[in-house]
Design a protein. Structure first.
Lengths: 275, 312
């Protein structure tokens, strides 16, 4: 009698244990792959330097070359600009996810990973986590350059940090989007060429650099209903001050929704490789 | 030896319109070395990819260590190692870091992975380069590291996909020694190669693969025996003369193969047949510049199979 009562409980317990051990394994694999990707990036410093220089140049370019011609009522242009540049930077940074994965596809490392008893999701998780870390580094450098160029984050440090949190979350979500692309193209240049136009479209139709009201109506309709625009608006509310809750929620909803959709898509692409 | 370590039955795989595998079947007894021999595009890598779970067959079944490579892929991955032309190591990590990473991802503990990595670096003569970035390695060193990565979790079945393609002779022989050591220690090895010499040197059995299926299989000695016991190699100096000789030999019922000014004739009966060959040429073609009698190589076997129709 007792055995009958206990057996199912034991079975359930061992299933739970198995699930936990699978999860622990997946996390450990993800950490190992992320570590490998970070080391790889540190050892190809050219890539890292260019990833940092480009946003810095954008800050300086928009601040000094275009800034004089763009008037945004009620604020300093550089304070208006920085949220846009942050969004642009992580959007372009996500292209790196596609480039990195397609590079791994080309060199054959992915073939090796696919024959190891590791958690499959770790290949994608490790890549996106490493790209997240790179985004953090670039953002820190940019913030420094921004402050040197007159950025003052009028609403204080709390607002700035919250805004950067949204930026990083968005960057992580779209990293997964570009992961699927990288897995489909075994040529890093092609992956980059495919990814960049998408980013351009999203960034330059958003309010990243100029207020959306300056665009024709049909473009506004697209530009104001997409994730980069939502992110920039939320950032500005947090950095410049003003009612932020609504914009922040919209941006979080975009990032969360995109993350779920893109992660499922990328996982499916990875699982279907070799069919 | 109840169950082969690797078994494939009727594997088919198409990439678009190209039928890469067209009903390939093979078996590798546990503890033996099978050489899968074939030219580029014959389906060697596709076969290895399916057996190592990174590619799904369209049809057919394969098992490794008794486990189905499709439905039990996760368990198959625990018993296999893969090295070769398309399984890479990371150029931006050191040799040691590469092996430790693979060890960790093979679910070894940190300490265990470190010990095993050092052991293999030592065993494959990479000790001095262990701390250097792989992008500075020579081709031979890279290949040895690749093999080390495949051996990390002590796989029962090792797949080597053209392990010596593009290597200089010295590196090739060093790698051959490693493979022999492994085979001696009981590891089952499936090795693909384009080099007949390599299959001859390493494999207990050879499967010759052509157009996505196994065309012939046997021990290297059996294959050679099946395709004649001796080969007469006649050098005519000029292509024209060789052409005339070819015609004369065909007329006499032989199956010669011409290669430039060279003619090769296989014989099942032995060197005594040379007299007959020369008699067939008498008056119909110039005398050969030189005549050699040699044992058939796997090259002879291979060419006769892949050119079709010529098999004795």
């Amino acid at each position: 009698m007792t055995t009958i009562a206990i057996a199912p409980r034991q079975a359930a317990a061992s299933r739970v244990r198995a699930a936990f051990s699978a999860l622990a394994g997946a996390l450990s694999d993800t950490a190992d792959v992320a570590w490998r990707n970070l080391l790889t990036q540190l050892r190809t410093p050219q890539a890292l330097v260019f990833a940092t220089i480009q946003p810095v140049i954008f800050v300086l370019l928009f601040r000094y070359a275009f800034g004089g011609a763009i008037r945004v009522p009620g604020t300093n242009y550089v304070d208006f600009l920085m949220p846009g540049i942050f969004a642009q930077t992580v959007a372009f940074g996500a292209v790196g996810t596609a480039v990195g994965l397609s590079g791994d596809l080309r060199t054959g490392i992915l073939v090796r990973f696919r024959t190891l008893p590791m958690a499959r999701i770790a290949v994608l998780g490790g890549r996106t986590v490493a790209d997240l870390a790179r985004n953090l580094l670039v953002i820190v450098v940019m913030t420094g350059v921004g402050f040197a160029a007159g950025f003052r984050s009028p609403h204080g440090a709390g607002g700035l940090l919250a805004a950067l949190g949204l930026v990083v979350a968005f960057g992580y979500a779209i990293s997964w989007g570009f992961a699927s692309l990288g897995l489909r193209v075994s040529d890093p240049e092609a992956a980059q060429a495919a990814a960049v136009p998408v980013v351009f479209l999203l960034v330059f139709t958003s309010a990243a650099f100029v207020p959306a009201t300056a665009m024709p109506g049909w473009l506004q309709a697209f530009g104001t209903h997409q994730p980069v625009d939502a992110l920039v608006n939320a950032e500005r509310a947090l950095i410049l001050g003003g009612p932020a809750a609504h914009d922040v929620l919209i941006s979080l909803a975009w990032s969360g929704g995109l993350l779920v959709v893109f992660a499922l898509l990328a996982a499916r692409t990875y699982a279907r490789m070799g069919r | 030896m109840s169950e082969p370590a690797v078994e494939a039955r009727g594997l088919r795989k198409a990439f678009g319109k190209v039928q890469a595998l067209d009903g390939l079947s093979l078996a590798v007894p546990a503890g033996s070395v099978l050489g899968l021999l074939g030219p580029n595009g014959s389906g060697k890598t596709t076969t290895v990819s399916i057996l190592t779970t990174s590619l799904r067959p369209d049809a057919g079944r394969a098992t490794v260590g008794g486990l189905d490579v499709v439905t039990e892929a996760a368990r198959v991955r625990r018993v296999i190692g893969l090295a070769g032309q398309f399984a890479a190591v990371d150029p931006n990590l050191t040799g040691q870091e590469n092996l430790r990473l693979i060890g960790r991802l093979s679910r070894m503990g940190r300490g265990q992975a470190r010990v095993r990595a050092d052991e293999l670096l030592d065993g494959l003569g990479l000790n001095a380069a262990a701390g250097r970035l792989v992008r500075g390695y020579s081709g031979g060193m890279r290949r040895r590291l690749d093999v080390a990565a495949a051996l990390l979790h002590r796989p029962a079945v090792l797949f080597l996909d053209e392990p010596t393609t593009g290597l200089d002779p010295e590196s090739r022989f060093a790698l051959w020694d490693s493979v022999r050591d492994l085979a001696r220690s009981g590891t089952t090895v499936l090795l693909t190669t384009q080099y007949l010499e390599e299959a001859d040197a390493l494999a207990d059995r050879v499967a010759i693969i052509s157009a996505g299926r196994v065309a012939s299989t046997g021990t290297p000695a059996e294959l050679k025996a099946r395709f004649g016991t001796v080969v007469f190699q006649l050098d005519f100096g000029r292509q024209q003369a060789a052409q005339a000789a070819h015609t004369a030999l065909v007329g006499a019922g032989y199956r010669p193969r011409r290669d430039g000014a060279d003619i090769q004739v296989r014989s099942a009966t032995g060197s005594g047949e040379l007299a007959g060959v020369l008699r067939a040429l008498d008056g119909r073609a110039p005398d050969p510049v030189s005549v050699a009698v040699r044992e058939p190589t796997l090259d002879d076997v291979f060419l006769s199979l892949t050119r079709g129709g010529e098999a004795a």
